[in-house]
Design a protein around this ligand. Structure first.
Ligand code: DGL
Length: 259
C-alpha cells in the first residue's frame, strides 16, 4: 500500500520531504496537478472539481492514506474527500494558532502568506475568528511565488524584488511571526527570512502534517512495509523522463539545505 501526497504543483514536495524523513520505509506517490496549477487564482468550484478528479485517480492505487499537501485544496475540498473515501485523508492549513500564541507573547502581529483562494475561503476566516481575539492577523496572497517555483526559478534577485514590492504596504517591524500558508512558499524561506527583521519567526505546516500522518498510520498499525520509493505524477501522467526527475531530486535537496 502507498501514501499519496497531492498538490496543485511541486509545492507538496515540502510535505513529501518531511514525510520521507519521518516515515522512510513507505512507498510514496507524489501527484502534482500541473495541468491545473495555480489553484489559488481559480474559482473555488473549479478547484474542487480538479481535486476530486485527482483523488479518484489516486484512490485506484491501493492507498494507506492521502495527504492533501495543498492549503488551497484543503480549504475547498477536504470535507468532500473525507466523506468519499474510506482511507485517511489528511490536509494542511495555515499554522495560525501557534503563530498567534507566539506573536501575542512578543506583542507583535502575524502575517499569513498564502494563495488568494485560501485567504478568501470560509475555512480560513473561521480559523482566524476562533483564534485571533486581538485582531493581529493579516494576510497577503503571493501568487508570484507559485509561478517562480513551478518554473524552477530560484533566482534570489528576482524573487527578492517581487517580495519587496508585495510587502511594501506592510510595516515589517510590526510582525513577530510569518506563516507560510502555501506549500510552495517554504522553497523561498531563506529569501523571505532575509527581508524580515531577524526577530521574526517563519513557520509552515509541513513538519506538522508529516507528524500527523505518522500518528494516523501508527494508530492504524500501518507504518512501514515500503522501500522509500517515490513515483511522481504530473496530473495523471507518470513522470518517466530523467531531466524532470533530476529537477525533482534537486528540489528535495534544496529543502535539505533550508532547514
Ligand atoms: N501549494 C498550494 C497551497 O498550498 C497552492 C498553489 C497554487 O496552486 O496556487 O495552497
Amino acid at each position: 500500500m502507498k501514501i499519496a501526497i497531492f498538490d496543485s504543483g511541486i509545492g507538496g514536495m515540502t510535505v513529501l520531504h518531511q514525510a520521507m524523513k519521518l516515515l522512510p520505509d513507505e512507498d510514496y506517490i507524489f501527484y502534482a496537478d500541473t495541468a491545473h496549477v495555480p489553484y489559488g487564482e481559480k474559482p473555488k468550484e473549479n478547484v474542487k472539481k480538479y481535486v476530486l478528479e485527482a483523488a479518484d485517480f489516486l484512490a485506484a492505487q491501493d492507498l494507506k492514506a492521502l495527504v492533501v499537501a495543498c492549503n488551497t485544496a484543503t480549504s475547498v475540498a477536504i470535507e468532500d474527500l473525507r466523506q468519499k473515501f474510506s482511507f485517511p485523508v489528511l490536509g494542511i492549513e495555515p499554522a495560525v494558532k501557534p503563530a498567534v500564541l507566539e506573536s501575542e507573547k512578543k506583542r507583535k502581529k502575524v502575517l499569513v502568506l498564502a494563495t488568494r483562494l485560501t485567504l478568501k475561503e470560509e475555512k480560513f476566516h473561521h480559523l482566524v475568528e476562533r483564534i485571533d481575539k486581538h485582531d493581529i492577523v493579516d494576510g497577503l496572497p503571493l501568487p508570484g511565488l507559485v509561478t517562480f517555483a513551478e518554473n524552477f526559478n530560484f533566482h534570489e534577485d528576482q524573487i527578492t524584488s517581487y517580495l519587496r514590492e508585495q510587502l511594501k504596504p506592510f510595516d515589517l517591524k510590526e510582525y513577530g511571526t510569518v506563516v507560510l500558508g502555501c506549500t510552495h512558499f517554504p522553497f523561498f524561506k531563506d529569501m523571505i527570512r532575509k527581508i524580515f527583521p531577524e526577530s521574526v519567526n517563519i513557520i509552515d505546516g509541513s513538519i506538522g502534517t508529516a507528524k500527523n500522518l505518522k500518528r494516523v498510520l501508527d494508530g492504524r498499525h500501518q507504518v512501514g512495509g515500503g522501500t522509500g520509493a517515490v513515483s511522481f505524477y504530473k496530473s495523471s501522467v507518470k513522470v518517466e523522463d530523467q531531466v524532470t526527475l533530476n529537477q525533482y531530486q534537486k528540489l528535495l535537496e534544496r529543502l535539505d539545505h533550508l532547514q
